[in-house]
Design a protein around this ligand. Sequence first.
Ligand SMILES: [Zn+2]
Length: 437
Amino acid sequence: MESKGISPFTLDTTLVDKQPKKRACSRATRTSISRKTFDLKEQCEIKDRPYIKDLYYTLCKSKRLVVVVGAGISVQAGIPDFRSSDGVFNTVKRSFNLKGSGQSMFDSSVYRDAGSTSMFHSMVNTLHSISSTSLATKFHHMLSKISTEKRLLRLYTQNVDCLELSLTGLSTAVPLPPKGPWPKTIQLHGGLKTMVCAKCGWMGPFDPSVFEQTGSSECIECRELDDVRAVVGKRKQGIGRLRPRIVLYNEFNPDGEAIGSVTAADLRSRPDALLVVGTSLKVPGVRRIVKEMAEAVHLTGGQVIWMNEEEPPAIKMLENSFDLVLKGDCQNIPDLIAQYQEHLQDEKSRRPKKRPKSEKNADGLQQLQHITTSSAQFAPKIEANNLSNMFKVTKKAASVPQSPAKPMKIGFNDKDDNSDNSDEHKPVNVYLKTEDR
Ligand SMILES: [Zn+2]
């Protein structure tokens, strides 16, 4: 179900037919291609924005779009990002008086002692509470629309807020199936909608009461199994603890293998555009996905667009990965596209209307009739004339091949119609006789 509050974003894919000129090129030839960087905040008329055609084409015409997103796309929904000064890492550091970085609260070591586990659970409950009361943003809606048009190959998200899951086009599966078909959304770091037993792997909807200080995170499945074993005189196996199904630093990703398979399948599917949005690409695994996807997209002649407040990381691995860098808030993109659509619509309505084909055919017929009639009028004249005149005409007619004949196009097509190479409407070459000139 689409979440309420934001009107569904619409894309009109009929307004632009031609892709801005680009050529497929290999990795080797791309080294000389320069990246174009623009600031989304710069104010000027929509039609004068130098990136707008490329952006419009990528969003409205690509058929196998891959999108990689990070926390930046959810900030407008009220969910803090991780790395900015007001981000989760700094807030956690202040709230818990941590000596090191707040990032340590997202390390697998939080489960080593009761104190850090309790802090981690409290932070997770806060994040879950914000996420479950927030709505998908305009940008999420735009991606969902592209997906329902069957042009989204995949959305890879690093976010655990699950905002996209409220939209019809962006569903996921937990756990990810090891083999396809895979869902549209791939959660690279899990999600806050699910909790899991660290021992038996039981999964269920996230229950905040489990992670409260007074709550018990004991797994009911494990307990029941142990009770049954006790009844039949078997040794107890112990009870696992429930935890949010999100991936922490330095720990095994339960979906890792499936993510590898879906990425490989997407690379084989020849993605034709890539958007990297709202992420600083600090996670090495995600950087690799972006690098490989960008190479695959460039092989098809497609475009790779970076959208973020910051520039892409200046690392060798990502050199030449991005063709277009749009600095600013990605939430402006749906509005820019809508404005450009309006502009195109305006332009289209001002253009002289193309005449319907039937009208053109009628014109062609008239021309043909006119010529036939003229010849018909010409013929009786010949008959009426005396023999010498006849001879004169014949002689002139016989001389036609020697004179540089001027070809005249007669067909059912007007000059401005580009469809005249179809066999059906092939123009007929008619050589005018000298007397017709
Ligand atoms: Zn269990």
